[in-house]
Design a protein around this ligand. Structure first.
Ligand code: ZN
Length: 477
């Protein structure tokens, strides 16, 4: 399915549904009208390409499986790109985390918090409020031709994400080959300067890479029993049952636990999808760089993925490193290359892009320019992508320590970050002073978000096909 949306119609539709404003603090968001009235010529003519690889674990970058490199393209950027090795998402599922990336607002400020279904209204979804500026509206106001290829139903026009885009091409089933093909097609028609955003869904459940890539990384289902092979090939069912069990919705899973070989087969399918994505992200970047050298590329993920880490599967359910950490590369025009170790977060992407383009910082942004900031506290929260699973976590990282609060069971966990990558040593009980310091940071963070918040999360209705994709991806029951 492929659709094109005229942004003006979408914005009118969104406004037509009605938005409730809550008047907290002074008005910190510029409206679309205000942005249009401040329109001016681009400060620079640098093009911008934002590439998001959905559910792409940071620890897959540079890995080799069965002698096959999983990310040869990303690996080839060493020396040319700015690689941020300690990057975290501000939420661990798509809609809130992408809202943070696109608006430079934390989850409690932009209020796109809840899962596919909003608790108060079972037929509604949390949507991006129309008055919040995004990367697209800001760049459009500076004269950019704005284009997107969107493959995640969580970011469809009905939910507010097409605003600011001249072209917002959507598909519920496009794979990496098609995303790159369509991105190049739109780019060929674009005028300079352009902002192109391409979203790749391949690493996301249900882990269905092309046969060529399955063979490449060594996926060998014939080594499994028929029962396990069926589970691996239809992993979404096992995943859902596992999540129901892990979140206390069912006393046990109807599936027998997978053997180590079965688990390895699932990971190989994911890793084959990682390699497939890397191949086509590489094709997109190389093609555009060759013809438009004055282009800034940002390559990242919206979150990672659990593979039995801390017993979980999928994402959105916790804030552990496996799903919190994301790859983050800046490449091209004006980027100072190198490996950066200070901790950065997705809300820093927009201010960093503005810094590299020489554009002024918008006053409502909560993130920092990653190229000009040192270590600072970074924050995330999640309430799970599926309201039925109803998780509620918060986290802060500061000065080499990570505090994770699980509000459902009232527990606090303290880890050394980033050294304790697997989070195997909980220091919470032996270091109450650090726990207290980090709790205070979170308290201050809440106050700042309350001040930054002006628009209440908007709700929207979705069409049947998008609902089906979200259900298939595990966002709904
Ligand atoms: Zn996602």
């Amino acid at each position: 399915m492929e659709k094109k949306f005229a942004p003006i119609i979408v914005i009118c539709c969104l406004l037509g549904v009605g938005v409730v404003l809550i008047g907290l603090g002074i008005g910190l968001y510029k409206t679309s009208t205000e942005l249009n009235s401040s329109r001016r010529a681009p400060v620079k003519t640098t093009n911008v390409v934002l590439i998001v690889m959905d559910a792409f674990r940071a620890d897959r970058v540079g890995q080799v499986r069965n002698g096959v490199p999983l990310t040869p393209f990303l690996d080839s950027l060493g020396g040319e790109a700015a690689v941020f090795r300690s990057s975290v998402s501000n939420c661990t599922w798509t809609r809130p985390s992408m809202t943070s990336l696109l608006t430079s607002l934390y989850v409690d400020a932009h209020q796109v918090i809840y899962g596919a279904l909003v608790k108060e209204d079972p037929d509604a979804f949390n949507a991006l409020a129309p008055e919040i500026p995004t990367m697209a509206t800001v760049l459009k106001a500076y004269g950019y031709n704005t284009l997107a290829i969107q493959t995640n139903g969580n970011l469809f026009p009905e939910l507010g994400f097409s605003k600011g885009f001249d072209v917002y091409r959507t598909s519920l089933d496009a794979d990496a080959t098609q995303v790159t093909d369509w991105a190049l097609e739109e780019w060929n028609r674009a005028r300079t300067p352009f902002f192109l955003y391409a979203h790749y869904m391949d690493p996301h459940l249900p882990y269905e890479p092309p046969q060529q890539h399955r063979d490449m990384v060594g996926y060998a289902p014939e080594t499994l029993s028929n029962e396990e092979r069926a589970v691996v090939e239809n992993f979404r069912d096992y995943y859902r049952a596992h999540c129901e069990f892990m979140t206390g919705q069912t006393p046990n899973s109807p599936f027998a636990p997978l053997s180590d070989a079965g688990k390895e087969a699932v990971k190989l399918l994911y890793d084959a999808s990682i390699r497939y994505t890397d191949d086509h992200v590489g094709r997109l970047v190389k093609t555009i760089r060759e013809k438009a050298p004055d282009t800034l590329f940002i390559i990242t993920a919206d979150h990672g993925e659990h593979f039995w880490d801390h017993e979980f599967l999928g994402h959105g359910l916790t804030l552990y490193n496996c799903e919190l950490r994301v790859p983050l590369f800046f490449l091209g025009a004006g980027v100072p290359p190198g490996e950066y170790d200070h901790v950065v977060e997705l809300v820093d992407v927009l201010p960093s892009v503005a810094g590299l383009l020489g554009l002024p910082r918008e006053h409502n942004w909560q993130g920092a320019d990653a190229f000009r900031s040192e270590d600072k506290p970074v924050y995330a929260k999640t309430k799970s992508s599926n309201p039925r699973w109803n998780t509620d976590w918060e986290m802060v990282i500061s000065e080499g320590k990570k505090l994770v609060l699980n509000h459902k069971d009232g527990t606090a966990h303290l880890f050394t970050f980033p050294q304790d990558g697997l989070e195997s040593e909980d220091l919470g009980k032996e270091d109450p002073t650090t726990v207290g310091r980090l709790r205070e940071l979170l308290r201050q963070h809440h106050l700042k978000n309350l001040q930054a918040r002006r628009a209440k999360g908007k709700q929207a209705e979705m069409d049947t096909a998008t609902l089906e994709q979200l259900r298939n991806l595990g966002y709904m029951n």
